[in-house]
Design a protein around this ligand. Sequence first.
Ligand code: FE2
Ligand code: FE2
Length: 186
Amino acid sequence: MFEIVKQFVTESFTNNIFSAEGLEHFERTVYWVKQLKPDADEAMLIAAYAHDIERAFRGKSSTDTFKNKEFNDPDFLAGHETKGAEIITQLLQEHHYDEEKIKRVAHMIRHHEEGGDEESNLIKDADSISYLEINAVKHVQLADKLGADKIIGKIDWMYHRISSDEAIKLAQPFYKKMVAMLKSVR
Ligand SMILES: [Fe+2]
Ligand SMILES: [Fe+2]
């Protein structure tokens, strides 16, 4: 099932001109999940690859989405998580995937931004490391359009939301690099 999800995510993002560049973030989220939990099962890897699927259906660029909004706006994030969980639930049901696993995937995606339990925290932490490693660079480049304060807010929030000590350790070098980079463009 993981390969089917991967193909679905890839096609969904490729069809959206605003977010076609996003796949590396998903690859690395899966990679960091495996680093943090070597025995991660398929449901966890599916949630990791598909956690931001809502972004492929947004029809707007990040610059437009966040022009008048903070990146961690609670209403926005709730919609991002809920819609993503619905999209993947539908796909998994169409393929008659195990019902219990569908529920777990949906739960992890519905809580990947704030966590709250072991599985959601795992996706959140891996997402944060991958964000700081991959996406933050592009966000730093958006600093002149969206404002440096907004970007540093996002980078700080993504780093400080991490739960596990191991994940903090892995994320720290990327975080420091991004803070330094942001200071240099300010
Ligand atoms: Fe997300
Ligand atoms: Fe993400």
